[in-house]
Design a protein around this ligand. Structure first.
Ligand code: GSH
Length: 322
């Protein structure tokens, strides 16, 4: 694979969390473009992105993902998945598919149009809203065990941020805005009607537009394997890939994937992609295993108790009866 001179000397480290939606966008873009990087996993539940060092030196938004670029003895950080994708596209033009098509092209116009619809989507509210209100879902993969954790996190996050705000007066404003953001989101996430409205009024029309676009593209080309805006994979596909997997994960697959012929076909096509598997599916499978193990817990405990009783019985039999 060709690499531009400019980027040959730089070292990329991707700070991310494999469960995070926006992190998955960046991971998938890096892998699809076949760009070499090392990864650093950030503990979201443990609040690593809120630590003063992270907020001050890495990302004032206190979030993942972040791309760390080391070049000629200098270090810089690019937060935000969209900015990261732009950077990769500008600095690694010869690697992999062109995620952002040439300015002025029909494909570029379509990618811009879809990204303008994708970016405002409140994926965190949809994700946590479904996790906290499973009545809205069908076939959730996210394990119950982790639902408890997600609920606790809603409380502990705000508490932890309050402590950080008190202990770091210099970063008071940053922490206050994060607290306000959490309080606000928590109000929506825990309100089943508000979550249902976001799904019905924001997500559903978007999925409808995706289905229509894919149908038109498929009917026009008549081939399997078409992408959303172009004959090649773009930033719009990168977003849609992660979104579809998220919908599957939170139990919205029946409503938005399986019931749509073209989206379903597109999703099946995605599942053939190794990078998609590595970034989005593997983690979902791991969660599925956790879910299954959790369901087996009472039997495992019963089996363990039965083994102890049987072992003891055998011991007593050998010792006193035989
Ligand atoms: N616009 C940002 C959003 C990043 C974001 O919200 N990341 C979440 C994880 S998916 C996060 O780090 N949340 C922790 C927090 O906000 O406290 C992007 O595209 O990267």
């Amino acid at each position: 694979m060709l690499r531009s001179k400019m980027t040959a000397k730089e070292k990329l480290t991707y700070l991310h969390n494999p469960m995070s939606f926006y992190s998955q966008k960046g991971s998938l873009a890096l892998k699809q473009k076949n760009i070499p990087y090392t990864e650093q996993i950030i503990d979201l539940h443990g609040g690593e992105t809120h630590s003063p060092g992270y907020v001050e030196n890495i990302n004032p938004q206190g979030a993942v993902p972040v791309l760390k670029i080391e070049k000629d003895g200098h270090v810089r950080y690019i937060p935000d998945s969209e900015e990261i994708i732009k950077y990769l596209e500008e600095n690694y033009p010869d690697n992999g598919p062109k995620l952002i098509p040439a300015q002025g092209s029909k494909e570029r116009q379509q990618v811009d149009e879809f990204m303008a619809l994708f970016n405002p989507l409140r994926v965190d509210l949809i994700t946590y809203g479904c996790i906290l209100n499973p009545e809205l879902t069908d076939g959730m993969v996210f394990p119950n065990l982790m639902r408890q954790r997600a609920m606790t996190m809603l409380v502990t996050n705000a508490e932890r941020l309050e402590v950080l705000k008190r202990e770091n007066p210099k970063l008071k404003d940053v922490y206050q805005s994060k607290i306000d953001g959490w309080v606000d989101r928590k109000k929506t996430m825990t309100d089943i009607r508000a979550v249902a409205e976001i799904i019905d009024n924001e997500l559903a029309p978007l999925m409808g537009k995706i289905e229509t676009t894919l149908a038109q593209r498929y009917e026009a080309s008549g081939v399997n394997g078409t992408w959303l805006c172009s004959d090649t994979y773009t930033a719009a596909d990168n977003y849609l890939a992660v979104l579809l997997q998220r919908l599957h994960f939170i139990g919205l697959s029946k409503r938005f994937i399986e019931s749509n012929i073209y989206i379903n076909r597109y999703y099946k096509q995605l599942k053939q992609n190794k990078n998609f598997y590595d970034v989005c599916i593997r983690i979902a499978i791991q969660m599925h295993v956790v879910q299954k193990l959790q369901a087996l817990k009472p039997y495992v405990a019963g089996l363990a108790a039965a083994s102890v009783v049987a072992g003891l019985g055998y011991f007593l039999y050998k010792k006193y009866i035989k």
